[in-house]
Design a protein around this ligand. Structure first.
Ligand SMILES: Nc1nc2c(ncn2[C@@H]2O[C@H](COP(=O)(O)OP(=O)(O)OP(=O)(O)O)[C@@H](O)[C@H]2O)c(=O)[nH]1
Ligand SMILES: [Mg+2]
Length: 321
């Protein structure tokens, strides 16, 4: 079923490894993720192929301040899921080190315990090369994991920027990870992230002040618009509190089931945005300049120029990929 290396699929034909992806084969999964991540010619066929298979995996987001222990906790949670016989895909999003890739290397070490387990597939995404498209890429990689039949997809993001909030919003269950002693720094975590948390965790509970941080978080959680959420303590390095965390995630997951329609809707919306963006970039510059000139000279107002540009764009939308 494997295509020879170097042999390229025609843009409009499905790659021959696509059935393998839907059957959950690892090699096909790796190729599909690479295709959507790098937006290769095969990406459109992958998205087409997975479109009716979305919304089965539970997507669990782990976010929080840098160094709170997210990767270590994710790794411990994944080990717990494996004990429960569930298959897992992990997406680690690393917007913080676009140049060095250092955190990704660290993650490889921290999650290294799962190397060689076919039930765990870990992929790190760097912001390098993605201009603001990180959340879109992450959404697609999640979809690919979902369609390949993984039971749970875990996404790790640093809770600092807008694209990370967007990624967290994709998750069915959102876990916000804190470290003790952060005190007022808890405030540094985007208020938006705290507001959308389903579960708050104080990790590194083996360190002093974990209890106090848990009380602070519980107080903050009580003031949320959506009402309080569970506050748990874990020690990721010792594996303490991890089964309880897995239970809490499963309980939230039962309430907030994966939604095939929502996931397909998001896929569609992303495709539209892509198609429009590409179409806009490919319009003949002279025609776009003519519209700009009309606005500049006062012959046209912005709204009618916008309408004309939209009509032009729609009439010339690229059909494939
Ligand atoms: N004492 C203690 N240290 C921990 C615990 N969990 C993680 N650490 C340590 O905290 C450091 C950061 O852990 P990571 O898992 O890389 O944290 P992270 O939140 O993923 O970090 P970034 O992805 O860089 O934001 C590492 O040195 C871990 O070994 C814990 O439960 N207790
Ligand atoms: Mg990490």
């Amino acid at each position: 079923m494997q295509k020879q290396a170097g042999q390229k699929a025609a843009p409009d034909s499905a790659p021959d490894w696509l059935p393998g992806l839907l059957a959950g084969e690892r090699a096909a999964l790796a190729r599909a993720i690479t295709a959507v991540e790098n937006e290769t010619d095969e990406a459109a066929a992958v998205l087409q192929g997975i479109r009716s298979r979305l919304g089965h995996a539970l997507v669990v987001g782990f976010t929080g301040a840098p160094g709170a222990g997210k990767s270590t906790l994710v790794s411990a949670y994944v080990a717990e899921l494996r004990r429960r016989d569930l298959s897992v895909g992990v997406v680690a999003v690393d917007p913080s080190s676009p140049l060095t890739g250092g955190a990704i290397l660290g993650d490889r070490i921290r999650m290294g315990q799962h190397a060689g387990d076919p039930g765990v597939f870990i992929r790190s995404l760097a912001s390098r090369g993605h201009l603001g498209g990180l959340s879109r890429t992450a959404a697609r990689v999640i979809d690919v994991f979902d369609a390949s039949g993984r039971d749970v997809v875990v996404v790790e993001t640093v809770g600092t920027g807008q694209s990370e909030v967007e990624i967290a919003e994709i998750a069915d269950v959102r876990v916000v990870v804190n470290a003790p002693g952060l005190g007022d720094d808890v405030q540094a975590i985007k208020a938006g992230i705290l507001e959308i948390a389903d579960i708050l965790v104080v990790n590194k509970s083996d360190l002093p002040f974990a209890e106090r941080s848990a009380r602070q978080l519980a107080a903050m959680s009580a003031q949320r618009g959506h009402g309080p959420v569970p506050v748990l303590q874990t020690s990721a390095t010792a594996g303490k509190g991890v089964p309880e965390l897995a239970d809490a995630i499963a309980a939230v997951g039962k309430r907030k089931r994966p939604d095939p329609r929502a996931r397909t809707r998001r896929l569609l919306q992303n495709l539209v945005l892509d198609r429009l963006r590409r179409g806009l970039a490919e319009l003949p510059p002279a025609e776009v300049d003519a519209l700009a000139d009309a606005v500049l000279s006062g012959r046209s107002d912005i709204d009618s120029a916008l309408l004309s540009l939209t009509e032009l764009l729609v009439s010339r939308l690229p059909q494939q990929k």
